[in-house]
Ligand binder design. Structure first.
Ligand code: HEC
Length: 137
């Protein structure tokens, strides 16, 4: 076999293996870039929606528990205020400066407001599995 062909073979094999790796890296990069463009959450681990007041929430509400505990809840301003009072009365949350508290309440009510519903409608009874505990008639 000619010397050039012999030398090229390993190179060819390497390209063969490199190609999928490059594609994978490219896709990963594209995916990550896309994510960062579409992201509306904070770039840090708090996952709070970036909007007026998020920094006040970050600074005052994430020292005892994760922000997840906050963002999985929802409610209007009164609901959020009652949660803050509950934490102040029972969990050692400090009294907040009134402008900070107002900012936090507005942020939470706007971005994590009352939901009209949070559960899917129940399945039609005909679509449910048989109830093993149902008494026979
Ligand atoms: C001094 C500590 C502390 C700080 C600061 C704090 N919390 Fe809490 N919070 C708690 C504790 C303790 C719980 C109960 C945790 C549990 O159930 O595991 C809680 C629970 C919650 C819950 C869940 C309540 C429920 O009904 O399940 C929400 C929502 C919440 N906090 C929001 C906030 C917000 C908003 C702030 C900022 C104003 C805040 N927390 C700051 C201590 C704190």
């Amino acid at each position: 076999m000619p010397a050039t062909e012999w030398r090229c073979k390993p190179l060819k094999n390497m390209t063969k293996r490199l190609f999928p790796a490059i594609i994978t890296l490219g896709l990963a990069a594209a995916f990550l870039t896309d994510l960062s463009v579409a992201q509306i959450e904070t770039p840090d681990s708090s996952s709070l929606i970036v909007a007026d007041g998020w920094k006040d929430v970050q600074a005052n509400c994430t020292e005892c528990h994760s922000s997840l505990l906050i963002t999985q809840n929802s409610g209007n301003k009164a609901v959020w205020e009652s949660r803050i009072r509950w934490m102040q009365d029972t969990q050692g949350l400090q009294i907040l400066a009134s402008d900070i508290e107002e900012s936090i309440l507005n942020y939470l009510a706007t971005n994590y407001g009352a939901k009209t519903f949070s559960r899917r409608a129940p399945l039609n009874i005909e679509l449910m599995p048989e109830n093993p505990y149902q008494s026979e008639e």
